[in-house]
Design a protein around this ligand. Structure first.
Ligand SMILES: [Zn+2]
Length: 244
């Protein structure tokens, strides 16, 4: 979901629960009002009830003051116009703190390097070739079949997940895309990096392979996105042909 910048469905569910509460408050029916009052009384006595969940939700999102407001119109307005902003702000904050945790998780470490903002990843619109686009996504979210990932499924230690094409290094994204000396990979890499280097907007800030890979995967220049996705696709294709 992070890749498309979409908020989780929980946010929609919380909004619906809160809107339903407002709907009950505004109801002219005496029976409904009695039910709400009984529910409130149950919650006050510590029994789990609909209102006790409402209290927990409003408390969690920092809008508990709405439960004590007498002006139903104002409560309705705040739920209608402020709730979504509050929920998305809370989620953005959580996403940033989770991202820091990602960097200490070996599976998510790479993703935390290439995804620094919770937003729609532009390449999803820019790269029209579905194979190239999918290949780029696979690398960004570590859903590829390089040894660093396949070895994880086989429960191999990180140092045992070496590249089967050269047996020199761990077969991670950086090695397979930018460094593996296998001639087939080198050929396609040289041809695409030559085109990348000729682009005016191509200015890698570092000569470190990981920095260069992140520069390519995060780049918002359309030409660089096209060539990077093609590079990811070609390398994955050759790697699969040679190892399967
Ligand atoms: Zn290799």
């Amino acid at each position: 979901m992070s890749e498309v910048g979409k908020y989780p469905i929980t946010i929609k569910i919380i909004k619906l629960i809160c809107k339903f509460y407002v709907h009950l408050l505004k109801s002219p029916s005496r029976i409904v009002q009695e039910v709400v009052n009984t529910d409130k009384a149950l919650a006050a006595e510590g029994f789990p009830s609909y209102y006790s969940y409402i209290e927990r939700i409003f408390d969690f999102i920092g809008m508990k003051h709405l439960l004590y407001m007498c002006d139903t119109y104002e409560v309705s307005n705040q739920v209608e116009f402020c709730l979504e902003k509050t929920l998305t702000k809370l989620y953005d904050k959580k996403w940033i703190s989770d991202r820091i945790l990602f960097s200490s998780n070996s599976k998510l470490e790479f993703f935390s390097k290439v995804k620094s903002e919770f937003e729609f990843a532009e390449y999803l619109d820019v790269v029209k070739n579905p194979n190239h686009r999918a290949a780029l996504t696979k690398v960004r979210i570590s859903a590829h079949k390089y040894p660093i990932e396949t070895g994880r499924y086989r429960k191999l230690k990180r140092e045992e997940r070496e590249c089967p094409l050269c047996c020199r290094e761990i077969g991670d994204e950086e090695h397979c895309i930018l460094r593996c000396p296998h001639p087939f990979l080198t050929d396609i890499r040289c041809s695409i990096t030559a085109r990348l280097s000729s682009l005016e907007g191509f200015v890698p800030e570092s000569t470190d392979d990981m920095d260069e890979l992140c520069y390519l995967l995060k780049n918002k220049d359309k030409e660089i996105m096209h060539l990077t996705s093609k590079l990811c696709f070609k390398i994955q294709e050759i790697f699969q042909e040679l190892t399967c």
